[in-house]
Design a protein around this ligand. Structure first.
Ligand code: GTR
Length: 425
């Protein structure tokens, strides 16, 4: 074993404690936030200012996108990878007590002896034509979002998890509906929306190992890990979301739908990056995405770039490590990630007890991205001060901070539905 591998293994075995230590020792005092200067969203790297949407789209947007690829999430290699097959593997028009259509789709990729299947679970309300569809990753398999015995049980990357009914890398019946608290499926459908969900581990297992995720399908001969400027797990997860979107756009029964991308926490980071790179997502929602998601990197509050790179180095490109305790030199900050989604509606949500995710930093990203929304005549989050708890703001950009912990609650979903109706229905 090489010394570097050994060091990585030691760090990995220590990482839970490093992580909780980092959470404990982080700064949670607003008075200790150092002064910082954000890169100007509308100034090109050559110093020229952008004043209209044309130049934004032609010059500055591509520049920012490329900086995020190069320095933060990592580039996806150019090679095209077509699905080996995309099949509807189960379908019913009598789901959820005859109120919904259920469709399960398997999108398979093959390369040499490797194979990955992305399983998509879709519910659509029966009485609505072309309903807007919420789309989001889940953490424990499609069967975990609802107690529906017809949902195909996932192969899981985690070994054993009694709580979630996962045994020897396979979910069992005990896992059905285990995360139903985060997915109010019936309420979503009753409001006229569809819901599509995917298990994130189908695309890239959430561990520091680059041999088993989708990245390995793109390696050049002899390559065993992404290059320093190539994709980590967040970019891999966002790639997966785009492949699901390819499927929807080619399946006539989904052609005319609108798509609302929602992600929580690390999957909120992936949702924002997918929304930035793929304009087919009509609305993008970040639920408690924190550092590397909606929260500004330059604010030393809660999780920092150094902390996230220490606990989860494989989520980002290796290049991102250059900015540990050195955020000032980052050519981007997360307000520019939000700006990449303009002029599409974007929603940022925080939770009061989730200080690790830096709620104020999440709000401020939206606030500072507003200048690009203004170019389009849209309204972002004009006030420099975040609203009070449980006082949602629903402009072209939405924001709320609710009471409670790092989680997805019915309150969050209610806001997302009101906001989406305002923009899509
Ligand atoms: C935390 C991590 C956060 C967030 C969260 C999650 O431990 O530090 O950045 O992504 O995990 O995804 O649940």
């Amino acid at each position: 074993m090489k010394t570097t591998q050994l060091i990585i293994l030691i760090i990995m075995s220590l990482s839970p404690s490093i992580h909780s230590l980092a959470q404990k020792n982080a700064n949670y005092d607003e008075n200790k936030v150092r002064e910082y200067q954000l890169p100007d969203v509308l100034t090109l790297q050559n110093g020229n200012k952008i004043t209209n949407t044309r130049d934004w789209e032609k010059k500055r947007r591509p520049e920012i996108l490329s900086l995020f690829e190069q320095e933060v999430y990592g580039r996806i290699p150019n090679a095209k990878l077509q699905p080996f097959s995309s099949k509807v593997i189960e379908e019913s028009d009598e789901a959820l007590n005859n109120t919904a259509l259920r469709k399960q789709i398997a999108i398979t990729f093959k390369k040499d002896d490797k194979e990955i299947t992305i399983n998509v679970l879709v519910y659509l309300p029966k009485n609505v034509e072309n309903p807007p569809i919420f789309i989001g990753y889940n953490f424990y398999g499609n069967q975990s979002i609802i107690a529906d015995e017809n949902v195909i049980l996932t192969r899981a990357w985690i070994d054993n998890n009694a709580e979630f009914g996962i045994d020897n890398h396979q979910a069992n019946d005990a896992s059905r509906g285990k995360r139903a608290n985060r997915w109010p499926v019936e309420k979503i459908l009753a409001q006229g929306f569809g819901l599509a969900t995917i298990y994130y581990g189908d695309v890239d297992p959430d561990k520091n190992d680059f041999s088993d995720g989708i990245q390995s399908f793109f390696y050049k001969k002899g390559q065993t890990a992404p290059a320093d400027n190539e994709w980590g797990a967040i970019a891999a997860w966002s790639w997966g979301l785009s492949r699901v979107m390819d499927y929807f756009k080619n399946d006539q029964s989904f052609n005319d739908s609108k798509y609302i991308l929602m992600g929580h926490s690390r999957l909120g980071k992936a949702a924002l990056w997918a929304g930035a790179t793929d304009e087919r997502f009509d609305i993008v929602i970040s639920n408690d995405s924190g550092c590397g998601g909606a929260a500004l990197s330059r604010r030393n509050y809660g999780e920092t770039v150094a902390a996230i790179n220490q606990s989860f180095p494989y989520w980002f490109a290796n290049n991102f490590e250059k900015y540990n305790l050195n955020e000032t030199n980052l050519p981007v900050d997360q307000h520019m990630l939000i700006a990449l989604i303009a002029p599409r509606p974007v929603y940022i949500a925080s939770a009061e007890s989730d200080q690790w995710a830096d709620p104020k930093g999440e709000y401020l990203s939206g606030h500072y991205a507003g200048i690009v929304y203004s170019l389009y005549g849209k309204t972002g989050l004009p006030s420099p001060t975040p609203p009070s708890v449980n006082q949602p703001v629903h402009n072209d950009m939405g924001y709320h901070i609710r009471t409670g912990i790092h989680d997805v609650t019915d309150y969050d979903w209610e806001q997302y539905m009101v906001f989406s109706k305002k923009h899509l229905m």
